[in-house]
Design a protein around this ligand. Structure first.
Ligand code: SF4
Length: 685
């Protein structure tokens, strides 16, 4: 070290990508990212994305100074000019149209402290218009689990889940999307005898270890899950003692099953009735069975009801409140759980108290000096739809909605219609291209704070390098914006992430007993009540988190997908691959990851390909009324007939140009997983 050089406290940080939360260390001297033995990746292993995480930090495309719009282009500016432009524009919009004319995109890829300060900024400005991309992945899961169980999170811990006798994985592909969970926890248990049942329209890396595969038609999970419930009741596979003690609404639910025909439902869901029955028996006839659920379940306009149908199975079989069981959403980004925990949502405050809860608002007012607004704000897609109308200005903090939101051509038009847009990011993303002001962000290796992983473990990130050029640490930028936009200097006077974390613990009951120092290089799991010595691994043991002894069974009816499909159309369903992440804004800039997978491909069944004269490897046009893209065809029996699969990692081809924006009425999650498309050889139309 040279005199005056900043000395960093320690090297241990957390991977910036998925919700597994692997330990990752950055060495600026060697320029390498390496794993360390953190609470989740206990052997220090990383998947390819973790290995490539350094590519993001040191990338030549990094923004190193603020940019401001000057005519049709963006030019470099000082921080003062950039802050002043935001202050002036947001002030004018707020004075003219009110605070609800502003919208704030928080980020599930940023720390708890950053998200907390960000939602505080929005609320102290007078609006609950703050949301994060959890809206787009698991908002339906959280809505259903919060309502039925009182907590919208994994019911169990990864460690106790290794004790399960059966895994029921629905709409998720953990072998590729949560690779360290799969290789460190699930796969060893499966090799030791745990039965894997996989529900997915595609055979993928997860299916390879499955004893049962149900290749469900996208959009038809409810007929499948209701049929499984009927099998459990018909064959006496329910846990009657658990139903007696912990479940309400049993008689009405069982009566409603009279209307369910297992064979007819299996046919509707596109699966073999015998396999469906076998899967139901495999799930219900063991002592401990755990459900894992992913975006294949949640991203439908009936996403909340899909999850309700899953919760019914867990309740019927008594698979809640004990080790190796439960319902376990696999979260996408490294802090998607935490962003919701600390209140970066339009309908709830930190700790998930509704904004309509007078007592909760008054408690927060005692901490903030100002009461947050009582009217729920807009969700992410609702807000984009209101751009140019009721919403005139937006701040996007570390997200890329122009690529990640459905009906992307419409989204781009909407962003163009804003009076003012500020974007804070590492790169000039597709969204930043629409901005009036772009602020350079700090990468994972340049920031401190905490993130909360998929099994509710809070872990610390630590800075190991300074942001490049004039870029600053994100938390400092947000605090400066908070002071300037609200005028409430004392509310944004934080010296460190630790100070923010202390405030989070004061206002977020789930985090009440945690301390920043106590996290060390380990983790603390929520709920961690005040005075406790450790967090709770298995939720809902004696009572549900709602406080009730019983949770109710829920009759759930199928509704058809929003897009009608005729003989000319196939169903596009989207998902992820091992090598890339979300909008690809980070991973498409990695040399390693683009070498591993350089472009997208459309999986199409051989029979569908033959009907359309499509050979493997040719370019095809995929189109509907919302948009049109071209992509290489991957002709494979891995995807079910009538369904095609593409990833959402690329700006070109942009899969979300084709996806629809029909929203689930409860959670407002869009229906990404079922879009009617025509597929033809390129230039054949
Ligand atoms: Fe990072 Fe997830 Fe890979 Fe772990 S599994 S290294 S958290 S992307």
């Amino acid at each position: 070290e040279t005199p005056g050089e900043r000395v960093f406290e320690a090297r241990e940080s957390i991977c910036p990508f998925c919700g597994v939360g692997c330990g990752l260390s950055y060495d600026p001297k060697s320029g390498k990212a390496t794993g360390w033995r953190a609470p989740v990746n206990t052997r220090g292993e990383l998947c390819p994305k973790g290995v490539a995480a350094f590519d993001v930090v040191d990338h030549p495309d990094r923004l190193t100074a603020p940019l401001v719009r000057d005519g049709d282009g963006l030019r470099e500016a000082t921080w003062e000019e950039a802050f002043e432009r935001i202050e002036t524009a947001f002030g004018e919009i707020r004075d003219r149209d009110g605070p609800d004319a502003l919208f704030f995109f928080a980020s599930s890829n940023c720390t708890n402290e950053e998200n907390y300060v960000f939602q505080k900024l929005a609320r102290l400005l007078g609006t609950n218009n703050v949301d994060n991309c959890a809206r787009l992945c698991h908002s339906s899961t959280v809505a259903a689990m919060q309502e039925r169980f009182g907590a919208g999170a994994m019911t169990n811990s990864l460690v106790d889940l290794t004790e399960a006798d059966a895994y029921f994985v629905v709409g998720a592909n953990p072998a590729e999307n949560h690779p360290i969970i799969f290789q460190s926890y699930l796969a060893p248990a499966i090799r030791d005898g745990t039965t894997l049942i996989h529900v997915d329209p595609r055979e993928n890396a997860t299916t390879k270890l499955a004893a049962h595969h149900l290749p469900v038609r996208p959009g038809y999970d409810i007929p499948l899950l209701n049929a499984m419930a009927k099998v459990l009741v018909e064959e006496g596979l329910t846990d009657d003692a658990f139903l007696e003690e912990r479940v309400s609404g049993v008689d009405a639910f069982v009566a409603a099953l009279d209307g369910v025909d297992v064979d007819a439902n299996a046919e509707l869901a596109g699966v073999d009735p015998g396999e469906l029955r076998a899967a139901a028996r495999a799930y219900a006839s063991v002592e401990r069975a755990a459900i894992f659920t992913g975006m294949g379940t949640s991203q439908h306009h009936c996403g909340t009801d899909n999850v309700h149908a899953l919760l019914n199975l867990a309740l019927l079989t008594g698979n809640v409140g004990k080790r190796g069981s439960g319902v376990n959403p696999l979260r996408g980004q490294n802090n998607v759980q935490g962003a919701g925990d600390v209140g970066a949502l339009p309908n709830v405050l930190p700790g998930y108290a509704p904004v309509t809860d007078v007592d909760a608002r008054e408690r927060l007012a005692r901490e903030w000096g100002v009461e947050p607004p009582a009217v729920p704000g807009l969700t992410e897609v609702e807000a984009t739809h209101a751009f140019g109308g009721g919403v005139r200005g937006a701040f996007v903090f570390g997200e890329n909605p122009v690529v990640t939101e459905p009906n992307a051509n419409r989204v781009a038009e909407k962003f163009d219609s804003l009076d003012f847009l500020a974007v804070h990011d590492l790169f000039l993303t597709e969204t930043a291209a629409f901005a009036d002001v772009v602020l350079p962000g700090s990468a994972w290796a340049e920031r401190g704070g905490t993130v909360t992983n998929t099994d509710r473990q809070v872990q610390r990130m630590r800075p190991n390098a300074d942001p490049p050029g004039d870029a600053r640490e994100d938390l400092a930028v947000l605090c400066e914006l908070g002071r300037r936009l609200t005028g409430l200097d004392a509310q944004f006077d934080y010296d460190s992430p630790e100070q923010v974390f202390e405030e989070i613990a004061r206002v977020t009951p789930q985090y009440a007993g945690m301390s920043y120092a106590g996290l060390g290089t380990g983790s603390q799991r929520w709920p961690f009540p005040e005075g406790a010595t450790e967090g709770v691994d298995v939720l809902h043991r004696e009572r549900f988190a709602s406080g009730d002894r019983c949770a109710a069974l829920r009759v759930v009816e199928h509704v058809d997908p929003a897009d009608a499909v005729d003989d000319d159309h196939l169903v596009l369903t989207t998902g992820r691959v091992l090598q890339h992440f979300n909008s690809g804004a980070l991973t498409r800039r990695s040399g390693l990851l683009t070498r591993l997978r350089s472009e997208d491909a459309l999986q199409i069944h051989p029979d569908d390909a033959v009907e359309r004269g499509i050979d493997d490897g040719v370019r095809v046009r995929v189109a509907n009324d919302r948009g049109s893209v071209t992509v290489v065809a991957d002709v494979t029996p891995a995807v079910r007939r009538g369904t095609v699969f593409a990833t959402f990692h690329y700006a070109e081809p942009l899969a979300n140009a084709l996806t629809g924006d029909a929203l689930d009425p409860v959670s407002k999650i869009p229906e990404y997983k079922h879009s009617a498309v025509r597929v033809t050889v390129e230039n054949a139309e």
